[in-house]
Design a protein. Structure first.
Length: 395
């Protein structure tokens, strides 16, 4: 319930308490054995030793009040009550009580603070009335409520201010943490996107280069003139790889002032099919429905997923034709790529990052991917992507 002070604060409290205690001792020496003629001052009779002892005890109590406010408040209140009942007017116990009540108000809940302040003020008022010859309603007795009220109000104000500052600092810390989390999330997404782009670009064209290099190696010893077309395809595929890698690296270095090269889309599918045909893959393209522009994310996803599916078909297929179907529905584009697989051989479902990248790309565009081996030794990749009509895209 109470806040503990730091070690350095405890030492500062002790030093402050000793200083206040010394001042209260000087004040006690000035008023001891002095009686005010109108009866408002302290009554005589308090021994000098008792006054000095009260001042010293108050100094120690004030030093401890910052760490143990409640016990110090109880002891100082009892000492003040004792002095008031005896008719002694030493201010030292009152100072200790007020300081302890202030520290209690800084640390304790408001209800406990004000309840304690009212109780201390009432007890001191009763003791003052019992030990004073002027009765219960003199200003000195009623002023005890003012002292306890000011101590409680001051401590409560400081506690509210500290709570406000703590809340502001906590909100700033949470905001900073949220910004850092958002930066890490965006960096992770960007790294994942770049990894997908690199995989899609490199995997396809390296596969083409691998096939053409094998054909060229086979033809060179037997028919050197037949090695020309495969080597030309290798050069073309390598040039495309270099171009697309440069595009990705340029995107990373882009400062926003240069125009970016447009991302590939379904309008470049004929060129993609030609590249696979050069690698020995027969592609049967079957469009259905009325073609229409797709959103940018869906357009790129459709191209990259088709590219990855054809690459897997070349790697794991049985060498037969690959059927690519694009069917435009009312609100979606359904893509299906099927190819035959060698019975008992690898189907491509266990491929590393290819299928993972397909699903991630489809999910980023609001679609989904299903890839599975069918009972007829056909491997099918089915994709569904949002394809709203032009009016819906504009709205």
């Amino acid at each position: 319930m109470f806040l503990r002070s730091p070690p350095g604060q405890v030492l500062r409290n002790w030093l402050a308490g000793l200083g206040i205690g010394a001042l209260s001792a000087v004040g006690a020496l000035m008023v001891v054995h002095r009686e005010d003629g109108n009866g408002l001052g302290p009554r005589p009779g308090m021994p000098l030793a008792a006054d000095l002892g009260a001042a010293a005890g108050a100094a120690v109590a004030i030093g401890l009040s910052g760490t143990f406010p409640l016990p110090v408040l109880v002891l100082s209140t009892l000492a003040e009550i004792f002095c008031l009942v005896r008719g002694w007017g030493s201010p030292a116990p009152m100072f200790a009580m007020v300081v302890a009540l202030y520290h209690l108000a800084v640390r304790a809940p408001r209800r406990l603070t004000w309840s304690t302040a009212v109780l201390c003020g009432a007890l001191c008022w009763i003791a003052s009335g019992a030990g004073s010859h002027t009765g219960w309603w003199n200003p000195l007795s009623l002023g005890l409520f003012a002292w306890t009220g000011m101590a409680a109000a001051g401590g409560d104000a400081v506690r509210n201010r500290r709570a406000y500052v703590t809340e502001v600092e906590e909100r700033a810390r949470r905001a900073e943490q949220n910004r850092e989390d958002e930066v890490h999330r965006r960096v992770g997404e960007e790294r994942l996107r770049i990894a997908r782009e690199l995989h899609d670009v490199v995997a396809h064209h390296i596969a083409v280069i691998n096939v053409q290099a094998g054909a060229a190696a086979y033809a060179l010893p037997r028919q050197p003139e037949a090695a020309g077309p495969p080597l030309a395809h290798i050069r073309q595929a390598a040039g495309i790889v270099v171009q697309e890698l440069a595009s990705i690296v340029g995107l990373l270095r882009d400062d926003g002032e240069q125009d970016r090269e447009p991302a590939p889309g379904i309008e470049q599918l004929p060129r993609l099919f030609e590249a696979f045909a050069a690698a020995g893959v027969r592609v049967e393209y079957v469009p259905e429905g009325e073609p229409r522009p797709l959103p940018a994310s869906g357009n790129l996803a459709a191209y990259r997923i088709t590219q990855e599916a054809l690459t897997n078909a070349r790697k794991h297929g049985d060498g037969g034709p690959v059927r690519v179907s694009f069917r435009y529905g009312r609100e979606h584009l359904a893509i299906e790529i099927t190819n035959g697989v060698v019975p008992g051989g690898a189907s491509g479902t266990e491929a590393g990052y290819g299928l993972i990248g397909m699903r991630e790309r489809a999910a980023s565009a609001g679609g989904r991917v299903e890839a599975r081996l069918m009972a007829t030794d056909l491997f099918a990749v089915r994709v569904e992507l949002p394809a709203p009509r032009l009016q819906e895209q504009l709205s």
